[in-house]
Write a protein that binds this ligand. Structure first.
Ligand code: F6R
Length: 619
């Protein structure tokens, strides 16, 4: 995920901005850059790869500057390379911008700006900002002064759709940094005769502990001795100064005790970002990164989903959803078994590979096998520039941002969101007559997708309930997670989450299978989590729970809001109602919270569980 820093004051601006940029390295990035006002124009230095590569470019010219903005890029539009690294300048070289977020209407704006004579030097959406501000400056005819530049930026912001944390410097206002925020984080660090900007608090903590957290719609003008806050219209805005008392390690985790819980809290944003630019205001789904026309999709008679671990569990949901609405055969495979099973593949098969890291050896081997046999490969992947993202025939990026905790959390929600978008897109464009999706149903799905982020936010507000329940549940030596249909798919991931971080034995079973063997294991000290979110099978589900209750297990039921509590339930958790197919996404948030808190109660190494690695690059 991109990172932004900046400095204005009497210190060495470039050095300070780059030092602070290093505090954002944990977010992951593929290139870095810095801009500062110079003799006649704004200078930029950029390098692909690590920040050390950028530092190697520094020279006397960059020393003793008093204003700088810097950036680490995590590619979204345009491959990782020097030309696409930030900062970007306008045609005149008089201003430079860094940006975190996505400009949804960049293609249209870029076309208009090119028609007006602007020359673009990169493939990024960000560069549009630089030329748009330049264009507005020309209209303003007053961009030689701070207020003129500020007005030009504000006007440009009104033309841009999407999310941004933006920082701008201009040769016309050499002692000023301009910033704006909409749906991407940005903070201001307040110093004595100096001020800082950063994507998060840790970025500035080495120099100051007093920060202003910008909110959506905030615009700020920074000089060494002042910070002027307004909205995008120029009306004054007030934000309280926050005194940071965290230590450095806690700060990197955004004040949370572990990366895992920080990432659980990033779930709503992850879903929003994965929908952004793909689910349009009019309800249309567009997947511009996929190189197939709607007609070309029709040639795929079979879909084969391949992945490992959590990504495989997302694939299980994907299979159910695709089969439900596409009415085509879909199989889901564990990648480590795939190529040894001599899979039946041909030109009419679409192989969907799901991976957070894009580097999992088994998933890569499955991709090569599929390509060798003539199938088309589509990667649903989080890390841009990973091997899977580079080598698959088509890529649908999840927008989870870097995931540091070894146990995958937000990546699962991002993978599901991408699968839902893909399934709905394919069904909507199906002209074979096989798809089972009416226009009304399509609209219902779209409306439900839009609701998901705020529904997850609602669950997160109940974290204290899960922390309390975890105290009780941590006393159990074995867990079964039971469900039917989509609930069974969700239970697979819930069991994995608990076992990998708490080391308690946990298994997922289709609820109806318990009496075919596993029931023999049920005794006091065993906890059963029953997912009851699928109305069609709920009655049967409750009967299955009664069977285990009769063997003295502890029963935790996951129920829809408003649903009647079964009398066999010892503890009840509630989740908001959404489409049945979307329930695994919603249900996983309480399950992640529960797993996290059980592991915390047991004092486990949450972010780095024993024996596990984040990226499994060996078979
Ligand atoms: C579990 C977990 C793993 C990964 C698996 C695949 O929490 O993180 O099961 O899901 O190793 O990794 P990726 O998605 O990087 O291919």
């Amino acid at each position: 995920m991109c990172g932004i820093t900046g400095y204005i004051g009497s210190g060495d601006a470039v050095e300070i901005a780059i030092n602070n940029l290093k505090r954002l390295e944990y977010r992951g990035y593929d290139s870095a850059g810095v801009a500062f006002p110079d003799t006649n124009s704004v200078s930029i230095l950029r390098a692909p790869g690590k920040i050390v590569n950028l530092e190697a470019l520094l020279s006397g010219a960059s020393e003793h500057k008093h204003v700088a903005i810097a950036h680490t890029r995590w590619a979204t539009h345009g491959r990782p390379c020097e030309a696409n690294a930030h900062p970007h300048r306008d045609c005149t070289g008089q201003l430079a911008v860094v940006h975190n977020g996505i400009i949804e209407n960049y293609a249209e704006l870029r076309r208009e700006l090119i028609a007006k004579g602007h020359e673009f030097a990169s493939d990024t959406d960000t560069e549009v900002f630089a030329h748009l501000i330049e264009e507005m400056c020309e209209l303003e005819k007053g961009c030689d002064k701070t207020e003129g530049v500020a007005n030009a930026i504000r006007k440009a912001l009104h033309l841009v759709k999407g999310s941004y944390a933006l920082a701008v410097i201009s040769q016309s206002a050499p002692d000023t940094v301009f910033v704006a925020r909409k749906e991407s984080p940005l903070i201001i660090g307040l110093g004595d005769g100096e001020n800082f900007i950063g994507s998060d608090i840790p970025a500035v903590m080495r120099y100051t502990r007093k920060v202003l957290l910008l909110e959506d719609g905030d615009f700020a003008i920074l000089t060494p001795n002042s910070v002027t806050l307004t909205d995008f219209e120029g009306a004054p805005v007030h934000r309280e100064i926050l005194d940071i008392t965290w230590d450095d390690t806690a700060a990197e985790k955004g004040g949370h005790a572990h990366f895992m819980i920080k990432e659980i809290y990033e779930n709503p944003r992850t879903v929003r970002e994965t929908l952004r630019g793909r689910l349009m205001d009019d309800g249309e789904i567009v997947l511009p990164s996929l190189p197939f026309s709607p007609e070309q999709w029709q040639k795929f008679r079979r879909i084969s989903i391949v992945a490992c671990g959590t990504a495989y569990h997302a694939g299980v949901v994907g299979k159910m959803f695709f089969e439900q609405i596409l009415r085509r055969p879909v199989e889901v495979n564990v990648a480590s078994e795939y190529r040894y099973s001599d899979p039946i593949l041909d030109e009419e098969t679409l192989v969907v590979l799901i991976s957070q890291s894009g580097e999992t050896a088994d998933t890569l081997a499955a991709m090569r096998e599929a390509q060798h046999k003539g199938a088309t490969t589509l990667a649903i992947v989080n890390v841009v520039g990973s091997t899977l993202a580079r080598d698959a025939d088509a890529v649908l990026l999840t927008q989870a941002g870097p995931e540091i905790g070894v146990a995958s959390t937000k990546a699962y929600l991002a993978q599901l969101t991408a699968l839902y978008l893909l399934g709905l897109y394919l069904a909507k464009h199906d002209n074979s007559g096989r798809a089972n999706l009416t226009e009304v149903e399509y609209r219902e799905y779209v409306a439900a997708l839009r609701e998901l982020p705020s529904q997850i936010e609602g669950i997160l507000k109940e974290e204290a309930t899960y922390a309390l329940l975890a105290e009780e549940l941590a006393k159990h030596h074995c867990f079964f997670f039971l469900g039917r249909r989509y609930d069974f798919a969700a239970s697979l991931e819930a069991a994995l989450k608990l076992k990998e971080i708490s080391y308690i034995h946990a298994e997922a079973y289709p609820a109806g299978e318990m009496k075919h063997g596993p029931l023999a294991l049920v005794e006091p000290g065993v906890a059963i989590v029953g997912f009851c979110t699928q109305p069609d099978t709920n009655e049967k589900m409750v009967s299955n729970l009664k069977e285990v209750k009769a063997r003295d297990a502890t029963i935790i039921t996951l129920l829809l809001e408003g649903a009647e509590t079964p009398d066999c339930s010892d503890f009840t958790l509630r989740v908001p109602v959404t489409k049945e197919a979307f329930m695994p996404l919603v249900s996983m948030v309480p399950m992640q919270l529960l797993a996290y808190h059980v592991a915390r109660v047991l004092g486990c190494e949450i972010d780095q569980p024993r024996n596990l690695a984040k990226s499994v690059t060996v078979e």
